[in-house]
Each structure stands twice: as C-alpha cells, then as structure tokens.
Design a binder for this molecule. Sequence first.
Ligand code: CTP
Length: 405
Amino acid sequence: MPRLDGKHILVGVTGGIAAYKAAYLVREFMKAGADVKVMMTEAAARFVAPLTFSALSRNPVFTDLWTVNQSSESDISTQHIDLANWADVLVIAPASANTIAKLTHGLSDNTVTVVALASARPVVLAPAMDAEMYLNSITQKNLAVLKERGYFVLPAPSGELASGLRGPGRLPEVEAIVQAVAAILDHAHRDFQKKKILVTAGPTYEAIDPVRFIGNRSSGKMGFAIAHAAAQRGAEVILIAGPVHLETPRNVKRIDVESADDMLQAVRANAKKSDVIVMAAAVADFTPVRKEKNKIKKEGGGAPLDLRLLPTKDILKMLDTKKRKAVVVGFALETANEIENAKKKLKSKNLDLIVLNVYNQKNRVFGSDVNTVTLIDRTGGNKTFEKLSKFDAAHRILDTVKTFL
Ligand code: CTP
C-alpha cells in the first residue's frame, strides 16, 4: 500500500449499501498515515452511523450544513469553504447516481455536494450503484461530463450487486481507491504554482461563406488535457479553444475562438504575461482569400468552384521575438520522416520543445483518448513514450517544460 503521510483526505460518503465499505476505506487511509475527515449525506447516515466514521477517523463527522461542528473553529457560513480548503483531495465513495447527477449540474444542497462545488482540489469519484442505474445513459453522460471537467472517475467493476443481479456498479476495491488517490496526489504536487500557462487547443474554422468553413479533425483533447494537468499542478491556466465539443476543465479560464486569426489575436493579447505557451491547436494553414457575404450558390452544369486560399499567419513564429521570456512548446503532426520534420519545425519556429504526434494506423490520434508522443527539446533531448492517456501524456510534457523554467 502506498504511504499518504500527512495528506489531508476528505471522504464524502453518499447513500448506498456500499457506504459500509467507506469505513474500510477510511481505515486504510488512516493506516497509510493520512489525516482523514468524513462528511456524509443524510441518506448515507441511514446506512451507517456517523459515529463509526468519527471513531475510525478520530475526527468529528460533518453531516449537515446547518450545524457547526463542535470541535471546528469555523462558523456556519464558512464551514464548507474551510473544509474544502483543508483537503488535499476529496474522495466521494460511494458516489451515488443522485450525487453524480447533482455534481454534474452544480447542485449543492448537502455537505458533500457543497464542498465538492467549493473545492479547487482533485475530486475522486468512486461510483457504486445497481447496474441498471450505472449503465443508464443519463448516469454515463453525467460521468463523461464530470471526467471532461477533470473529476477523477474510477470505473465501477462488475460482479455481484446488492440487488442480487450481476453487472457493473460495484464500489472499486478499497486498495484500488487508495492506489488511485495516491497516484493523483503524486501528480498534484503543485509544482507549477504561480506559473501562468497559455494553452491553445482544437481546430480552427476558416469561413468560406456564412454557412461553410474549412476545418480539420482535431478534437482538442490533447490541449484540454494539458490545461487540466497544469491547473492541477497549481498553474494559472488560460485555454484558448477553437470550436470543440469539450467541457472546460476545472480551475481553467477558457477563451473560445473560431478562426486562425481570432486565435492569433487571443494569443497575442495573453502571451506577454505567460511563463509557458503551449500551442497544441491544429491551426488552419490556409484560409479563403474571400469570405463571401452570402451563401455561394451552385452554378448549373456542374462547373467546378475555385476556392483561392491564403496561408494564415504562423502564431508560433509571431512569438519568436528577442524579448520572449516564455517557454514555448509546439506540436507537430507528421505522417512521414517524422523525427526529421519535427526537428526542422523546432528550429524554424525557435521552440523550446516540440511534441511529435505520428499519425498512422497504429496511432489514430484524432479524437482518441490515448496518444503516443515523442518529445524533442532544443538541447537535442528526444524521448518517445509508450501509449499513454492524453492526461498522462500531458503530465510528461509538463515534466519536460519544468526543466526549462
Ligand atoms: N501553428 C501556429 N500557427 C499556424 C499554424 C500552426 O502556431 N498558423 C503551430 C501549431 O499550433 C503547432 C505547430 O505550429 O504547434 C505545428 O503546426 P503544423 O501545422 O504541423 O506545422 P506547419 O509549420 O504548418 O507545417 P506543415 O503543415 O507543412 O507540416
């Protein structure tokens, strides 16, 4: 079992049969050396008495918003904020379908949900419920939204459920939750505190007329993962996003743009105050010379339509000034002569680091949650990682960025 000495772990217990397993979880956190506080919903307190948790955690248990905990120094109006700030991590186990739905929509009608909403620290959800509820598309959609926003959602394993049915929805094993929390805390060492990071993500759309545009297949997931990982490590993050269908990660300021030119303006406005600039966006290289005011009509007789395209301004090149103080990271997507081409880009755009994505049958990077990246830095360092989740790849990229700060 990993050690968690001195870590402040706030456990939120919500209503479900698996609430009794949260007692074992609290015991394991304590054994690992953590300071543990527990809060419970009213429903949870119907399954297990708060006394069990106060005895195990050796701390008072928080069960409602309207009673100030006797041994707490907070007053009633700030108790939830103080609890949120006390924690290094918030672990909601079991997370019921109802709590998951409330978190998705920002409802905060009990201690667990209000503290989750007030918290800027990592939140880990260990869902547990009957398979029908877990697999219901509403619950799955809610979990997907929370994951995109940066909540850590542990998968609920399959097996025998309290209803007697078999299927997914069991609370993950206590050991698995402790391991996951330790790994998350390991990433959350806030080594980017006070650093300002600007990240661009997604495609850009170049208008042909009011209806049509030229775009590309970038999903934005890699850039969003970098923004999320940097925020988790304590950075102040501005995320400039092209048109994507992604939720904003927690603790990230997002600016939405559409075209390459919009992105250029937004980067220009924010670059000076940044310590790190990560250009993960797939900026269009060409834009129509003319953006037609009205929708282009089909000519009869099948005549071809000529579209004249102009190269867009290169944002990374615009950043290449003598006065530049930021660490600048570019991306390269290559299909042939990958390393050689990436090195050329690193040089021609005067980057500190380039992240090479190879696009082929094995690494279909667009829209995927995993990626194989090679990092090439200006000192000639060159490292290829095995296939990683985009979030883990983001942390590896930040580890390298840190060496240049
Ligand atoms: N980029 C940029 N401004 C542009 C186009 C690209 O800042 N107008 C950035 C991207 O965000 C990425 C890097 O440049 O970080 C590499 O982009 P890419 O399009 O692969 O490189 P190009 O130099 O355009 O070369 P090519 O398209 O020929 O591969």
